[in-house]
Design a protein around this ligand. Sequence first.
Ligand SMILES: CC(=O)N[C@H]1[C@@H](OP(=O)(O)OP(=O)(O)OC[C@H]2O[C@@H](n3ccc(=O)[nH]c3=O)[C@H](O)[C@@H]2O)O[C@H](CO)[C@@H](O)[C@@H]1O[C@H](C)C(=O)N[C@@H](C)C(=O)N[C@H](CCC(=O)O)C(=O)O
Ligand SMILES: Nc1ncnc2c1ncn2[C@@H]1O[C@H](COP(=O)(O)OP(=O)(O)OP(=O)(O)O)[C@@H](O)[C@H]1O
Ligand SMILES: N[C@H](CCC[C@H](N)C(=O)O)C(=O)O
Ligand SMILES: [Mg+2]
Length: 489
Amino acid sequence: MKLQKLIEDLDYINISGDLEKQISGIEHNSKNIKENFLFIAIKGFKLDGHDFIFDALSRGSKVIVVENNNFYNKRDDITIITVKNSRIALAVLSNAFYNYPSTRLNIVGITGTNGKTSTSYFLESIFKNNQWKTGVIGTLGVKINEQNYNIDKTTPEANNLQLFLHNMLEKDINHCIMEVSSHSLSLNRVHKIQFDIGIFTNLSEEHLDFHKSLDEYMNSKIKLFYMTDKINIINSDDEFGKKMISKLKDLKTRIITYGINSGDIQAKNIIQMTKNISFDLVTSLGNINIKLNTPGIFNIYNALAAISCSIALGIDLKTIKQGLEKLENVKGRFQVIKSDEDFDVIIDFAHSPDGFKNVLKTVNEFAKARIITVFGCGGDRDKSKRPKMGEIAAKYSDICILTSDNSRSEDTQVIIEQIIQGIEESSYEYFKIPDRKKAIKKAIEIARPYDIVMILGKGHETYQIINQKKIEFDEYKIVKDILDSYRQK
Ligand SMILES: CC(=O)N[C@H]1[C@@H](OP(=O)(O)OP(=O)(O)OC[C@H]2O[C@@H](n3ccc(=O)[nH]c3=O)[C@H](O)[C@@H]2O)O[C@H](CO)[C@@H](O)[C@@H]1O[C@H](C)C(=O)N[C@@H](C)C(=O)N[C@H](CCC(=O)O)C(=O)O
Ligand SMILES: Nc1ncnc2c1ncn2[C@@H]1O[C@H](COP(=O)(O)OP(=O)(O)OP(=O)(O)O)[C@@H](O)[C@H]1O
Ligand SMILES: N[C@H](CCC[C@H](N)C(=O)O)C(=O)O
Ligand SMILES: [Mg+2]
């Protein structure tokens, strides 16, 4: 694409150099630059992209977008564009480069602290049951038809995001469901995405290292509702959902609310079972009984979010029910592995105080014997959640085994000590086993018939990041192997 055309929507401060150049790609990371790519220098949290301009030039870039125009351009063959905000420029240029893909797709954006991935897979199952060709972008990767692509973030950077939307169009996808993290809203990764529907699941303490306060965190999420064309769907039982509704009075698009105690779309007559949960869906279009193949009241909320969205898009109740009931499981979310010794091991991605409370309260509803919980906390993430997770885990489990999650650049032992601060009772039985595999082994070793071993925090992840190194760690496989090794004894 010619640079002149590419920058049509760009709000720039200054341009020096030729606009006739052909651009063959857009990148913010110099390492990914290929011949004739446009490089956008971003001032990051750790590094400054402006320091990598020469690296980008050496790899074949001839057009550079900068925020600091003190980059001295000695070469006539280089075009320099100065902008106020590089992250916004990345989104605007990527959108134009891929020919505005979001305007040609029906896009559902899901935001909230917990339940985004679960809701997106409930929704995918309904859309597929309605014969819609559906793509998904989120924590479990990008799914285009039955192909999966790994990504390192829940919501990718704007250039990759626009590329995935473009690829979906190439594969005749017409509906895209995407998780919209608060980071992506704050850092403009989703700037210029035209959403049809916005969904809010809930908000609780998370990422307070990045957002500084819960209100700031909420305000970053609210941005999504001003980016949607059709309808916004909000959990009105959630404290912050209620706050949002009152803040969104000036919104031009309609709001549909859902909940168990309130909302336009409600769940009533809930029956909780060990491995599933059923409820009567109550709507202005009629009522219908639905049984989910996964337990937990929180999953009713996730289902209600998906149902509200489907109703807003005109899908009938029977198709919705069938779609939800067809879904067996979302990877790494309440994934049950049976042992021969009559105890269950459950792998779950809970990694926040609210996630812990929800999932551990659920197992307490049906546990016949002890609950043994194995968990750690992520390094380089909100430290304030560590003692809270410790407190909740101890309250709802008989034994805790404290271990590593993704410690990243932090010391696992230090993280464990911070978790222990929340475990007040001196008589409480816990173990400290930093090696996660050994911790899982210990839990399985001490488990007795009817106990439940909960392994929290990593869910679908197939790696651990320890001392900044990514090592293979497929929790599901590890548990299976340990159980098998006992079987052979
Ligand atoms: C807080 C945050 O989101 N940080 C992201 C941000 O980092 P940063 O601004 O600090 O970037 P940086 O590493 O300082 O580098 C600055 C610039 O130099 C460039 N660079 C760097 C090295 C080089 O050799 N050449 C080069 O050009 C980089 O590409 C970048 O543009 O921009 C980087 C590049 O785009 C991201 O990798 C990084 O995400 C990190 C990996 C991250 O962990 N983010 C998490 C917290 C996140 O975004 N999570 C949410 C989900 C949260 C949830 O809901 O639970 C998500 O959507 O995944
Ligand atoms: N609606 C909910 N409310 C509270 N906790 C939930 C809810 N749904 C799921 N959880 C818990 O949170 C964990 C993560 O759920 P899920 O992956 O759906 O959330 P997410 O919002 O996508 O998380 P992330 O921000 O990491 O992508 C689950 O494994 C479960 O323990
Ligand atoms: N999206 C979340 C996932 C956390 C998962 C947990 N395993 C951890 O590493 O803390 C984050 O990046 O903060
Ligand atoms: Mg997710």
